[in-house]
Design a protein around this ligand. Sequence first.
Ligand code: SIN
Length: 275
Amino acid sequence: MTSYQPIELRKLTPKLGAEIAGVDLTAPLDPRTVDEIRQALVQNGVIYLRDQKLSAKQLIEFGRHFGDLFVHPAGADVEYPEITRIYADERSTRISGEEWHVDASFAAEPPMGTILNLEEMPAGGGGDTLFASMYSAYDALSDAMKTLLIGLTATHSGEVLRGRYNADDGATKYAETEHPVVCAHPVSGRKLLYVNQIYTTRVVQLKPKESAALLAFLFAHVGTPEFQCRVTWQENSIAFWDNRCVQHRGVWDYYPDRRCGKRVQIKGTRPISAC
Ligand code: SIN
């Protein structure tokens, strides 16, 4: 068990999620605090920080402590391309990320992490975000299933995003790529399950019906409550998740209320096979 100083850390569940206190992200961060945040992220998968009222510029600066920022192919802010606005109100017909997913897994090099800063929460409550550990999802499979999955690859496609964002002019070419079904985390080295409901379309080595049946099982498996933690947001707080080993989904239980914020994503590397 790591002890942290200067940050204070309280686990949300034994395997996933931690709340961090003792850090003011509006002030300059010293290297030791940045190192502890990076370590807390890798060890806990998701970290949550309250009372962080950040401008777009401050959120970008915070994100840059962890690497170059990933510009999402859809939905970028006009003034700050690194920022994606998250917004839902009574006119919304969908919200961003309502099913389990890894952010932008359709990219050859998906973001290593996402930092979401919610500014306004629904007046009547709700609007939590669920997170699921893909280490736990992999570990819980039988040895026979692990053996089947370990050599497989799957296609991830961003086409599902077409038409979902204002910025989509119909001409954007969304990426399609292939990633291993079981990956190894580049820092921890642990094996994890790497398929998700929004972007994974097909297991390359299987026949279409086999692929569909296997993915349906794995997508249901990802949503197992024992793999999860839940962030119940306060306004002006931050969740920072390790997009390499955690899936998430937003819960839209607050319609017609308004919920809004902004996020940045940090560039990652190509997911590596656990073979
Ligand atoms: C997302 O998945 O893009 C957003 C999740 C949330 O708003 O809770």
